[in-house]
Design a protein around this ligand. Sequence first.
Ligand code: NAP
Length: 226
Amino acid sequence: MPTVLVTGASRGLGREFCRQYAGRGWRVIATMRDPDGASPFECAGIERFRLDVGDRGRILELARELEGNAIDLLVNNAGLWAGDEEESFGAFSDEQWMEQLRVHVLGTMAMCEAFAPHVAASEKKLIVQISSGNGSLSREDNPSYYPYNSTKAALNMITRGMAFDLRGKGVTVVALSPGYVATDMSGPDADLRPEESVSALCALIERLGAADSGGFRRHTGAVYPW
Ligand SMILES: NC(=O)c1ccc[n+]([C@@H]2O[C@H](COP(=O)([O-])OP(=O)(O)OC[C@H]3O[C@@H](n4cnc5c(N)ncnc54)[C@H](OP(=O)(O)O)[C@@H]3O)[C@@H](O)[C@H]2O)c1
């Protein structure tokens, strides 16, 4: 039975990843900031752990707690977005930008460093970063959301670095864009339901191999231009 660890599993895409992998019979390790406050999963057997990905000390502690557990797939999903106005020129706050840097970049980096041994010890050896088309430098219709876009672009950059650094351990690291999905982040009018996005992402993840490492793809599987 393969194992997946998901960050930001309290709601939205993270929660849906847990639901779908549990449905496929995987062992699911759902990490979230407030496991007591999050609503229960409909399906049984999902293990919950407290984890704020901005807290490197807690990441290291959890990695020690899970020592000896092979993790086939690490999904670095936790993320945040401040809102149209709060992300725009002249209106964003340094605090919000720093928080996104802490979660999207430093948190993802710390997760990968701490859990690389667990992933390398598994059969599938996959790390997936839930990035965003907003992190694409070449997307011409990209609205200027400064904290979000820049930290997702940085997430893409560290993904390439880690793909190179972990290649020797046989670990594949990719950045995936989930599409525009109706979660708390994007609101109810977005294009895709979480079930649709995650089911497409799971199908794509199943096809990923070493040759894909360091890449950036849409949920459809198409290569996303950097
Ligand atoms: N929805 C879209 O259209 C869209 C598009 C492109 C990319 N994405 C990316 O997809 C990922 C999931 O987003 P979503 O749409 O599911 O958003 P969401 O519904 O707002 O959920 C965000 C999740 O991230 C968690 N989180 C935030 N900060 C955290 C931290 N410091 N430590 C641990 N967990 C933290 C939240 O936990 P709490 O419940 O504790 O706040 C929540 O579980 C994000 O990385 C986002 O950038 C989404």
